[in-house]
Design a protein around this ligand. Sequence first.
Ligand code: SAM
Length: 264
Amino acid sequence: MDDDIWADLADRFADEAYASVKGHVRTYVMHHQLLDHLPPAPASVLDVGGGAGHQSFPLARAGYEVTLLDPSPAMLNKARQRLPQLSDEARQRVTLLEATGENAAEAVHNRRFGAVLCHGVLGYLEDPHPLIDQLCRCAAPGGLVSIMTGNAHASAVRPALERRWDDALAAFDTRHEIGELGVRGRADTVEEVGDLLRAHGVEPIRWYGVWLFVDWLEFSGAELDPNDTQQVSATAAVELEAAQRDPYRQLSRAFHLVGRKIRD
Ligand SMILES: C[S@@+](CC[C@H](N)C(=O)[O-])C[C@H]1O[C@@H](n2cnc3c(N)ncnc32)[C@H](O)[C@@H]1O
């Protein structure tokens, strides 16, 4: 990667964001949503923009064979540092690969995977189309494509909870914001990403929210203790339920959309 913007963000994202209650909820909720749709282990999983492996290492633990692809040497380094957290057996099921998502099919030598994940990546790209094309290409017939990204229908939530009322008013009609990591991000809608998937032979099958109450609590200033394991698991159970129901999932600032490859 010529200009690895993730070099400065890797610690903050991988160590701090994921260590928060919101980070725990994200991992827990996304993992459970994925297990509802993944083919049984040891199916192959390609995690595009997989970062430090927070989403795909739990799958390696569950018996899946994981290829984590990311263009950032700093993020791949973080993933490498986290590998010892896995058992020897699970670690052997993980391959790290340096490449951009837009070049994924070539980087994996046109191999097809039982599932292709792309979580928290599309929002950093001005045009999501080339990456979605590659995700769909890399999925085997009947394979799963899983996308998590910012929800453009909930853009006013964060500035409103932070009581930045002018920003909140403007946010109803904007797609961009400086995200929590200080990087400019772009949000999508479930409908638009679903249409892009369909255009590449992947039929959307279900969508979920990711987090809601923890997000709102944190933005409004509440301090949530990630070491209070009882509270954290009770919170995660509520978030898991909210993420699959209307109207809650519609208000989540991120959505998780899964689809199945039905044609090449
Ligand atoms: C917010 S992190 C998400 C990491 C991981 N997917 C997760 O959910 O924990 C964004 C990741 O996207 C990667 N990324 C940025 N541009 C990319 C691209 N064009 N193709 C693939 N990955 C990209 C970054 O290197 C970074 O690791």
